[in-house]
Every structure is written in structure tokens, then in C-alpha cells.
Ligand binder design. Structure first.
Ligand code: NI
Length: 169
């Protein structure tokens, strides 16, 4: 089932998600729905707060559905190490048409549970590292807007307000 993706400034996007404690069929169905929703929106990452569910669940697939081996489900994820820097353009499904360069760690190590509750660790570099950081930020209620320079943030907020006035947001 395709879920509705909420846009900034929906309050749920700014709230930290609740840890997941039940690894049941309901969670697995929700994860399947998140993948379906992300693919329909042509994204590479989607966090539960973006579909108005305040829980610490995110899905990532850099291949956008082309390679099943790249499907990642992160439940209750945390970043356990960061290394280096990268400054690349980023987008977010909750900010349609907004793209901005954001500074992130070049490499991160994460620890997370899968949809059955099993803990695992994983490293990511470049785009995967950026996706980990962007999506885990969502679970903490942190939006990429707040990672921009104050100048870029103001410019993008103005752009959003203009789209809101025109009814295109
Ligand atoms: Ni996002």
C-alpha cells in the first residue's frame, strides 16, 4: 500500500521517533509499504516520520528498486562512528523541488536492527553514508533544512513560502 508522504512543516517531521519494541507482522507490513511508497516517489531513502508514523524505522535503496541486494531496513538505528567530510547535493521527499549541498561525514558506521529485531552493524561511504545520516536525522526529528547554512536555509524557506502561496507545495 502506498502511504502519504507528508511535507515540511508537518509537525511529525520535527518530533523524535519512538523506539520500536514489537518486531511483528505489522512492522514487516509497514516496512513493505514504506519501500512501495519510496519507489513510487523515486526516492533512495524514506523515514517513518515522513509517512506520519513517529517511529524509529527507515528504508534505504540506492538502486531505487533495481537491485534487491541494496534494500536496507534500519530499525532503531544509531551512528556509532564517523570519519571525514563530504559536501554534496541532497534532496528530501518531504521537500519536493528543494536541493541543496549539505556537509556530512564521508563515512559512517551504523548499528541497527532488521525487521525481525536482529542487530547488525554496517559501514557506508559517500552516497550511502549520506543516506544513513539524512534518514537517521529524520528519526531524531532533524530536517536537512537545519543542516544548511543560515543563508541557504532562508532562501529555501522563502522558496517554500512562495510555493505555499501559489498552492504548489
Ligand atoms: Ni528526507
Amino acid at each position: 500500500m502506498i502511504l502519504k508522504i507528508v511535507k515540511y512543516p508537518e509537525p511529525v517531521l520535527s518530533q523524535p521517533g519512538e523506539p520500536v519494541t514489537e518486531f511483528d507482522d505489522k512492522l514487516r507490513q509497514f516496512v513493505a509499504d514504506m519501500f512501495e511508497t519510496m519507489y513510487a516517489a523515486q526516492g533512495i531513502g524514506l523515514a517513518a516520520p515522513q509517512v506520519a508514523v513517529s517511529k524509529r524505522v527507515t528504508v534505504i535503496d540506492l538502486s531505487m528498486g533495481k537491485d534487491p541486494a541494496q534494500k536496507l531496513v534500519l530499525v532503531n538505528p544509531e551512528i556509532i562512528a564517523r570519519d571525514g567530510k563530504q559536501y554534496e547535493e541532497e534532496g528530501c521527499l518531504s521537500f519536493p523541488e528543494i536541493r541543496e549541498k549539505i556537509q556530512r561525514a564521508f563515512k559512517v558506521s551504523i548499528r541497527a536492527q532488521d525487521e525481525r529485531g536482529k542487530w547488525f552493524e554496517m559501514d557506508g561511504e559517500e552516497l550511502l553514508s549520506r543516506a544513513f545520516q539524512h534518514e537517521i536525522d529524520h528519526l531524531d526529528g532533524v530536517l536537512f533544512l537545519t543542516r544548511m547554512s543560515p543563508l541557504k536555509r532562508d532562501l529555501n524557506l522563502r522558496k517554500i513560502r512562495k510555493m505555499q502561496r501559489e498552492g504548489t507545495w
